[in-house]
Design a protein around this ligand. Structure first.
Ligand code: UDP
Length: 256
């Protein structure tokens, strides 16, 4: 199934006329580190990585421009490090490095499929990937490459959710596709409360008023201020990203 790795000038798969068209021209897909660990307790599960890379390549094949913001929670979270006595800013630096590991693995898994991809890091480390700049990201998107954004915002005390909202705003994205472990936004945690109900559609203001944990507060505030819709869907479903992008999958839409 795996094609051989492609060089930097490989062309992305072209959109197929029989495929559904994307609902948005340019999106940020937020993938948590947890999404990449599959059934493992931590780290990267190669079958899961391959499945998500396939899905991202198919989503790009619909003709959308895709920037992926990856988390690092499958390796390290700053807040957990701080609980164990590492100073918070330093622990967050370790967390940001964890996101770079995920980005490099995802970049390779996507390129193996013949879909060009570029990892860009907000924490500059030019010997392993290009430093993030808005211009570089826009250039790669324009060339049909999937851009993988590592290092979150590049600052401690933030999360990659906030990184996703920030990049969506600065790259003029039409939506944030937030991949989670459940198929949308619920009135309570459906894994803990069987009476929890699922929302089909919400406004940003409703999500705040109802205190629904869609993304962390800083991320959500940025998305609301910039009127960026957030599509919340389950990454556990096959071809979940492609389906969410074409408006077909089960998802909650948070929109102004
Ligand atoms: N992080 C950070 N600044 C950012 C983004 C992330 O310091 O802008 C650190 C933080 O320690 C965080 C870790 O990187 O815990 C991994 O990111 P996150 O927890 O958002 O990953 P996810 O939960 O999505 O896997």
């Amino acid at each position: 199934m795996n094609a051989s790795p492609q060089g930097p000038n490989a062309s992305p798969p072209s959109p197929n006329a029989s495929q559904p068209s994307p609902q948005w021209k340019r999106v940020v897909v937020k993938l948590s580190g947890e999404a990449l660990q599959g059934g493992l307790t931590h780290g990267l599960d190669s079958a899961t990585l391959d499945r998500i890379a396939d899905d991202l390549a198919a989503a790009a094949g619909l003709g959308a421009e895709i920037a992926v913001v990856v988390g690092g929670g499958n390796f390290f979270r700053g807040i957990r490090g701080a609980e164990k006595g590492i100073e918070r800013a330093r622990a967050d630096s370790i967390g940001m490095l964890a996101t770079v590991m995920n980005a490099l693995a995802l970049e390779y898994a996507i390129e193996k499929r013949g879909q060009p991809a570029r990892a860009l890091s907000a924490v500059p480390m030019p010997s392993v990937c290009q430093p993030f700049s808005r211009q570089a990201a826009l250039h790669h998107l324009d060339k049909g490459r999937i851009v993988i954004l590592a290092g979150g915002t590049g600052n401690p005390f933030f999360t990659t959710d906030t990184g996703a909202a920030l990049r969506a705003a600065e790259l003029s994205c039409d939506a944030i596709m937030k991949a989670t472990q459940v198929d949308g936004v619920y009135s309570a945690d459906p894994k803990k409360d069987p009476a929890a109900t699922r929302y089909e559609r919400l406004t940003h203001d409703e999500a705040i008023a109802k205190n629904l944990a869609v993304m962390d507060t800083a991320a959500f505030a940025l998305a609301r201020e910039n009127r960026i819709p957030i599509i919340v869907f389950s990454i556990a479903e096959p071809r979940a990203i492609t389906a969410a992008l074409s408006g077909e999958g089960r998802a909650t839409v948070v929109a102004p």
